[in-house]
Design a protein around this ligand. Structure first.
Ligand SMILES: Nc1nc2c(c(=O)[nH]1)N[C@H]1C(S)=C(S)[C@@H](COP(=O)(O)O)O[C@H]1N2
Ligand SMILES: [Mo]
Length: 411
């Protein structure tokens, strides 16, 4: 897309959002038109959720919470392809004071702090900078939290707190270079336009180490799957930290601050921390563990065309397919077990869309013995990291990546 067409598109989007502000976003608090229900199959409690179409620029989504919006992608969407459509892409906000319209002419990204020359970048200036583009999975740290046992507090996501898109934008490094990072910088902190409802609550801010922020991969994105970002996914610009959990992917980015001492704000020091143990695993009630900010993602894989409880005919070849991702690196292999993990078979991988993308896998098998069977799928990343056989546990419900099991009936 050319500069001008993107800006023009953004301008028409601005008008659209003005309308949405009047009509659509006002309905945040009233998810009125429940069309149907979905059961997320959560083990510890009610898994029924409404399917809602009440949110602007969003199609049918699983309503986890209306205000601030927490919308999950219905899992069937992942069967349709490796790129999650923008109107089905999950949505998560911490605070309810979210702008309902954006003026793209006056929008600025302020770059300040430990720099030589503070900047106030317009969108036009940003879009005139050299561009990069890549596919990357955006996954909430607490994706699949609803499967944690014992249960933990927080948004009870099924597996749809994730999505994959092709992101277009500029290198954060190039923006930082324009401002000139001073010697002694240690972190770069991001803030967005959203605010807590009361000023006593901590504004949502996230930081990356200076070297990470300047690695040439971290992006300020203005397009998602070739289109401007939906408002709820951070229009007009957001941070992309490929391979890392979504908590760092600041939406409606308007502030970039270079810090000369470590960020101790609530969202870095207290929230979004994990035990520094393998798989961020611990026992309920366990104390004395060192806690670190959540960081890189780990491999996961899912079956997308066979649901738990389905019946497959005995003696007839069945096709099984799904998606996988390697975490912060690519997918080396995906194996399927049809006997509850006793034996494993390599599946055929689909097109490689880049190391941070979802990757398709597929295989065929012929169910033989009648009765119950358990399908399992396991991803190995290109660095040899494998999904664990036991589910992890931590009080925040972060980083689930256990090998998924799908019980079926063969008849
Ligand atoms: N400005 C802003 N950015 C944010 C958040 C937020 O609350 N405010 N939440 C983060 C978290 S925890 C997640 S999971 C992702 C969700 O991105 P999405 O809504 O585009 O799917 O946004 C991240 N960026
Ligand atoms: Mo998140």
């Amino acid at each position: 897309m050319s500069d001008t067409s993107l800006i023009r598109d953004a301008l028409s989007r601005r008008n659209l959002l003005r309308q949405a502000g009047a009509a659509g976003l006002a309905t945040f608090a009233a998810p009125a038109w429940a069309q149907s229900m979905i059961d997320l199959g959560l083990p510890g409690g009610p898994g029924e959720r409404e399917i809602t179409t009440a949110f602007p620029q969003k199609g049918a989504m699983v309503l986890q919470r209306a205000r601030p919006p927490l919308l999950e992608t219905p899992f069937e969407v992942f069967d349709k392809g490796v790129f999650t459509p923008n109107d089905r892409f999950f949505v998560r906000w911490h605070w309810s004071a979210i702008p309902t319209s954006i003026d793209v002419d006056t929008y600025r990204i302020n770059v300040h702090g430990h720099v030589d020359k503070p900047l106030s970048l317009s969108l036009k200036e940003l879009m005139a900078m050299p561009r990069i583009e890549y596919a990357a999975v955006n996954q909430c740290s607490g994706n699949s939290r609803g499967f944690f046992q014992p249960r933990v507090a927080g948004g009870e996501w099924g597996n749809g707190g994730m999505g994959n898109a092709r992101w277009t934008g500029v290198r954060l490094k190039d923006v930082l270079d324009r401002a000139g990072v001073k010697a002694g910088a240690v972190q770069v902190r991001f803030n967005g336009l959203d605010d807590p409802p009361v000023k006593e609550s901590p504004d949502f801010m996230k930081s990356l180490a200076i070297d990470h922020a300047r690695d040439g991969e971290v992006m300020i994105a203005f397009a998602m799957n070739g289109q401007p970002l939906p408002l709820l996914n951070g229009f007009p610009v957001r941070v992309i930290v490929p391979g890392w959990y979504a908590t760092y992917w600041m939406k409606m980015l308007n502030d970039v601050e270079v810090l000369d001492s470590p960020d101790t704000n609530f969202w870095m020091k207290t929230a979004y921390t994990i035990p520094d143990t393998p798989h961020a695993n611990m026992k309920p009630g366990q104390t004395g563990l060192s806690m670190v900010p959540i960081n890189r993602m780990v491999p996961r894989s899912f079956i997308t065309n066979v649901k738990a409880g389905e019946t497959l005919p005995a003696g007839k070849p069945a096709s099984v397919r799904g998606i996988a991702f390697g975490g912060d690196t690519g997918v080396k292999r995906v194996d399927l077990s049809v006997d509850g993990g006793k034996t494993w078979h390599a599946t055929r991988l689909g097109k490689d869309e880049g190391k941070w993308s979802f990757r398709r896998w597929e295989t065929r098998f012929t169910p033989k013995a009648k009765g119950g069977a358990v399908l399992m799928v396991r991803c190995t990343s290109t660095t040899g990291e494998v999904q664990p056989t036991e589910a992890n546990w931590n009080p925040a419900g972060f980083m689930r990546n256990v090998i998924e099991s799908t019980p079926i009936t063969v008849a």
